[in-house]
Design a protein around this ligand. Structure first.
Ligand code: NAD
Length: 332
């Protein structure tokens, strides 16, 4: 977007590095502030995988990548940045302290966003003197491929902040989803947490291995979810009478013992060992970076298939490519 040419990243771990890739590949300059001396190496490794995946994904003229720098302080990182994206560890006091500091040094009209997975924006912005420009912008790994970014405002967020941020993230090929009510864990993590609890119970109860549970997702419901979500799939499952019929048929089972959703299995050493052992066996010696590349190639293929249908996440990709082509044409 025209008014944001530089982004400051506060925290360059898993999420910060992923954001760095999304911004740099869109031609924006990025300054990272992270006390970890290993941060440049980690960001570099993520960038290598991201460049590979992004070049396969996008079939339109891609911008020249932006410039990546590492700053010595928050003040240095935020200088001249139109967006400050915080991705520091998930600790409220630490983030509040950082937002106070960011607020002090950031450009007056800069947007200030947190990548938090579940802390509430009203709490995060509590110590800012300009909280109206603050929002949560919660992305999904791998950030350079998955379009979703949940946007959540706090009590002191100005009404114009969410659409302004939304337009910016959309210009990067993302799909902003405004979470209109401030709730713990927002929308997507609440859904994923529900599935995760059930999956842990199935392992803890000895019903299935981690691989069998992943197979149940990837050969069936996961493919449905990727393209239609859950409600529309169930509407179709209800036949011609749609959702009413579906609820009449499966509504009663909600009261049957099909789920252990509200309980959490005790995370004993035994269970943790079992999860780790089964997960190692499932990986079959593949390294983290190898698994990332397999995941990325599969996602690129799925996104291309959805683009061919002009549907869901594929429609977002097609829109993004149209923007890139228009930008390239305008440059001549
Ligand atoms: N991991 C995920 O899948 C995921 C997804 C979405 C959002 N998030 C959120 O993103 C945030 C970061 O998570 P992560 O997984 O990248 O954690 P991480 O531990 O990989 O990275 C955090 C980074 O912050 C740095 N840091 C620590 N103190 C700092 C400071 N004072 N200033 C600047 N940087 C500092 C650390 O050195 C580290 O590199 C969290 O709020 C998390 O909830 C995580």
């Amino acid at each position: 977007m025209a008014d944001i040419g530089k982004v400051a990243l506060i925290g360059g771990g898993v999420i910060g590095a992923g954001w760095a890739a999304r911004f740099l590949l869109n031609g924006l300059d990025v300054a990272v502030s992270d006390p970890d001396p290993e941060a440049p190496r980690k960001v570099g490794e993520v960038m290598a995988n991201a460049e590979r995946a992004f070049s396969r994904l996008v079939e339109a003229p891609r911008p020249e990548p932006g410039r990546l720098t590492f700053a010595q302080s928050v003040a240095e990182a935020v200088e001249g940045a139109g967006l400050v994206q915080e991705s520091a560890p998930e600790r409220l006091e630490l983030k509040q302290r950082l937002f106070e500091e960011i607020d002090r040094y950031a450009e007056p009209d800069a947007l200030v966003a947190s990548s938090t997975s579940g802390l509430l924006p009203t709490q995060l912005q509590a110590q800012m003197s300009r909280p109206e420009r603050f929002l949560v912008a919660h992305p999904f790994n791998p950030f350079y491929l998955l379009p979703l970014v949940e946007l959540v405002g706090g009590e002191h967020t100005a009404p114009e902040t969410i659409p302004r941020a939304g337009a910016f993230y959309a210009s990067l090929g993302m799909k902003p989803l405004h979470v209109r009510r401030e709730i713990d864990a927002f929308i997507a993590d609440r859904l994923m947490e529900a599935l995760w609890r059930e999956a842990l119970w199935l392992v803890a109860d000895g019903v299935a291995t981690v691989e069998e549970i992943d197979d149940a997702v990837r050969y069936g419901c996961g493919l449905r979810w990727a393209q239609m979500g859950t409600f529309q799939v169930y509407r179709i499952a209800g036949g011609e009478a749609g959702m009413r019929h579906f609820m009449a048929q499966f509504g009663p089972s909600l009261h049957w013992p099909w789920t252990k959703f509200s309980d959490v299995p005790e995370l004993t050493d035994e269970l943790l060992d079992l999860l780790a052992e089964q997960s190692d066996a499932q990986a079959a010696g593949r390294s983290l970076r190898e698994l990332e590349r397999i995941r990325d190639d599969n996602l690129v293929a799925i996104l291309h298939a959805l683009r061919a249908q002009n549907w869901g996440a594929g429609e977002t990709l097609a829109d993004y490519e149209a923007r890139l082509s228009a930008r390239a044409d305008a440059k001549g």
